[in-house]
Design a protein around this ligand. Sequence first.
Ligand code: KIV
Length: 272
Amino acid sequence: MSVAKKQYKRVTTKSVVEMKSNGEKISMLTAYDYTMAKIVDGAGIDVILVGDSASNVMAGHETTLPITLDQMIYHASSVIRAVKRALVVVDIPFGSYQSDPKEALRSAIRIMKESGGHAVKVEGGKEIKESVKRILNAGIPVMGHLGLTPQSIYKFGTYTVRAKEEAEAEKLKEDAKMLEKAGCFAIVLEKVPAKLAKEVAQSLTIPVIGIGAGNGVDGQVLVTHDMLGMTHEFNPRFLRRYLNMYEEMTNAFEQYAADVKSVDFPNDKEQY
Ligand code: KIV
C-alpha cells in the first residue's frame, strides 16, 4: 500500500480518521507525566494515551483497578501541560463509568474540564453502549477498547490472548461495529489474533490501533516504559524493546553511588 503522509501540526480525532483513509499508520504511546510527555510529543508520536496502566507502571499495583478518577486527572493534566502536537486520550478508570451512563458522563466531563484532555477511552462493548452514547452526546470524543480489557481481568482470570474462540471473536466484531456506529473515533484492540484484528480493521472506517494485534491494523500502541525497557520483568511476545533503560539506569545509579562514596562527585568544576 502506498503511504500518503500528511504533516499534522496538531493531531485531532479527525486527523486520525483521515490517517486511516490515507493509509498512514498511527503511532500511539502512553505517558503519565510532564517530562515523558514532552519527549514523546517532541518525537512526533501522533496519539498520547494517559492510560490507566499508570496504576501498574507509576503506582506499582498488580492491576489497573485501583487507580482513581482524581489520580487519572492528575496524570492527564501533567501530560497536557507538555503536549503541543499529539492528540491526548485519557482512560476513564475502573468504577467511574460502569454503573450507569450518567456517572460515565460525569467522569468524562471531569476529565475534560479538569485535565484538558482531548478525548476519553473506555473498555468494553455492548455492556457500556449507553454510557458511550451519553458521553458522545455531550460532545466528548470516545476511543473504544476491546479484546483484552485489563479492567475486567478478574472476569478473564488471565492476561492471555483473547477471542481465539469463534463465539468471542463474533462478539468482538459486533462490539467493534457497534462502537463505530455509536460514534467512537477509534478503537484499541488488545491481544487478539492478528487475523481477527485485520478483519476488524478492514470492516471499519474508524482506525483500529493494536497492541499485540499484529500489523494488519491501522496503528500501534505500546506502554512507553515497556518499549524503553524500564519494566524488565514484563516480556510479552508483542513487545519490542527499543532501549534497555533498566540496565542503563541501573549502571548510572551505581556509578553515581560510587562517585559519591569516593568523593569523585562533585569535582572542582561542579561546585560554586
Ligand atoms: O492503559 C493502557 O496503557 C492501555 C494500553 C495498553 C492500550 O490501555
